[in-house]
Structure formats: structure tokens, C-alpha cells
Design a protein around this ligand. Sequence first.
Ligand code: ATP
Ligand code: MG
Length: 421
Amino acid sequence: MSRTDTPQRIRGTQDLFGEDARRHAKVVETFERVRRLYGFQPVEIPIFEATAVFARSIGETTDVVSKEMYSFEDKGGDSVTLRPEFTAGLARAYLGNGWQQYAPLKLATHGPVFRYERPQKGRYRQFHQIDAEVIGAAEPAADVELLVMADQLLRELGVSDGVTLQLNTLGDSATRDAWRQALVAHFEAHRGDLSEDSVARLDKNPLRILDSKDPRDRPIADAAPGIDEHMSSEAGAFFAAVTKGLDAAGVAWTRNARLVRGLDYYRHTAFEFVTDRLGAQGTVLGGGRYDGLIETLGGPHTPAVGWAAGIERLAMLIEEPIAQGLGIAVIAEDRQLETSALAFVTALRRAGVNSELFASGNPKKRYDKAMRSNPAHTISLSHREGVNGVAQRSLRPQDLDLEKVRSIVDPLIFALPQSAA
Ligand code: ATP
Ligand code: MG
């Protein structure tokens, strides 16, 4: 870097400010409210893990592991990876900390995740997810609860119109093996027209071709056999219990028999909430059941189900949140009253009233400066004004509990230095 160069933001990362930051915060706040309603506990896990945590659970042939992970050797020579998602790390934490004792455990978290992808609108290299998991629950009721929660989140964000829940089952291992054979036969017949990546997938992991974004693969993938002809009665019954639960809860869904997810660990339920309002980046929330994941990490058989949603994509869909307006502007129009004004604003804030102090710079201009911040109410301390040296003006009284304000402010007015009276 030459001396005049200023450092640039890394490609695919974002600096969020103003409206962008407010949109982001609104998504997180709404998620926090909904996860409490559903009794999901907050949890925080590291931003990086041993590479094996992701490589083993997500699957070596997935896009995420084969080309999108930020992996590097740390100074001790160990391979570590910035988390590309939450589920694997949460499973590692569940196993390593003995959280089995709390099963079934409902967990919620959110924060940055990292994938080396081609950046575009709605697709970043550092993005943010909200995430909800139920670990140690085998019943379809857990899948239903998570889906109903996701649906409520989208409703409370005001984005559920135009977002559809696409639902599939990936069956149990018997179902999957039979389906896999049918898929191999189908894709072999079109081998010559598949992308190079998909030809490679054909040998290693043919289900992955269904999730391909390559336009050469799409028509072949869309015409591939669905899973239903191969469904075991057990897997069919599980799926029926999930859809029955959704119907009972009034959550609309559509079947997509070719839906697989970008990660290998899913079994039974798989789903995506999809919109056509974000172009190619139409998946806002996705997840499913991952009964085999904890075993791939060396743990005991542990049924689990979860979902994650991209905060950026939800943030693009919501209506612009209104910036919080200023409640009370406290203005010291006199140098001698600056300390008193500080006492006013402190008392108001301690009582939970949003307020701002205007007691620096040119005293004559403080009032004008305060007005530019569009307060609902002003408290102006001055030797020029009023009997007590305090002028109050309510500009948007509906935005404030004026009784409360008076009860905080009146004793302070009484205690003002004599010179103000
Ligand atoms: P896509 O098909 O769009 O690549 P995905 O299947 O890779 O999504 P998941 O791994 O299921 O996505 O992650 C859950 C959610 O995270 C997605 O539904 C999406 O909203 C969001 N997401 C995934 N990748 C990105 C990214 N690079 N930038 C922004 N958001 C993303
Ligand atoms: Mg992806």
C-alpha cells in the first residue's frame, strides 16, 4: 500500500450504517422477540472452529466445503475455518459440553458467517444469519414447531406475503439410497449435457446435482425423479405428521419433491422459504432435520432439526424502519446552566426517557440546533425565559408520557440555582 492509499473494504463485506443498520437491527430484534415467545435459549459460539467440524458434517462434495470455506493455518499450524453456518458448531458445542443432559434443547443464535462466493446483491462473503435449532428431539412436532416459528417471524417482519414455504422430505437412509440410484440412472442418461461440476458430483454425490445453480444442469435437475416412489412407510409417516402439524397451525406450504439443501447432513424434513422478490437470491430461510450430523462428529445418535435465515435478505424485504425520533431535547441556553441541564438529561435517561443534551457550542445557536433534531418536547434552561428559568414546549406530545416527564423534571426545576429563577 502506498502512503496515499486508503485501505479498502474487503470484497463481499459490508459496512452497515443509517437505514441499512436500522433494517439489520429490526430483523435481529424481531428474531429475539420471537425466539423468546417459542422458548429458544440464547447461545453464543466461536466464529472459527477446527476445519474438520465443518468438513466432516457439511460434506466434502458440497459447494460450501469444496470451494466456499475461509480456511487457514493458524500460527500453531492447525487448520481452522471461519464458520460458514451455525449448525455444525452448535452440534460440536452440544457434544463437547455435555448439553445432552438438557435435551431436547432449543437454541437460538445470530451473527456473522463467511463463505467465499461471488459477491452480488444479496450474496456476500461475510453475511449474517439468524439461526434456530432443536437438538435431541426425534418427533415431527419439533420440525413443526420450528416451521411455525419461522412463519411467525416472517409475519412479524411483514414479509410473509410473497414468501412461500417449499417443503420436502429426504427420507431415511433406505429411501435415500433407492432415490439416489434412480437419480444416478437419470443423470447418467444426460451425462453429456451436465456441467463439469455435476459430472463430478454424479460419482460422488448425485443428490447435489439437484441443488446446482448452473443453467446447463437446471432442466435436467428439474426433470429428475422425485423421492416419493422410493419412500419407506416410516419416512412417509414422518413427513405426513409434519404436514398435518403445519395444516393444524395454519402454515401454508407447497411440496417441492426435488428440493435438497446445500449441505449434506439433512434427513427427513427439508425446507426453504422462497421469494421471487430477490432475483436469483430468493431463498430467505432454509433448514431441515439433521439426525446424522452429531454421529459424523463422533457423538451418539442424536436427532435434531433447525433452520437459518440470511439477515441481509430479510432486511431487503422489510419496509424501511422509521428512525427513532428524539424524545426530549434539553437545552442550556446559558453557560451557567450547563451543569443543571446535564442533571436534567441524566435524570430523564435514567427514568427511561430518550433525551439529548444541547449544552455545547454557541449558546445562542443551541436552541436552533436542538430543533433540527426534531424532538417531541423541549426543555430549555435560560435566564431569559419563564419564572423558573425553564421553558417547556411539547411539539409532539403524543410521543411522550408527559405526566412522567413532569414528575422527573419538576423537582429539578425546584432545585435550580437561584440565578435561574
Ligand atoms: P443459496 O441457495 O442462496 O446459496 P444456501 O442454500 O447456500 O443459499 P443456507 O446454507 O441454507 O443457504 O443458508 C441459509 C440462508 O443464509 C439462506 O437462505 C440465505 O438467506 C442466506 N445466505 C446464504 N448464503 C448467503 C450469502 N452468500 N450472502 C447472503 N446471504 C446468504
Ligand atoms: Mg449457497
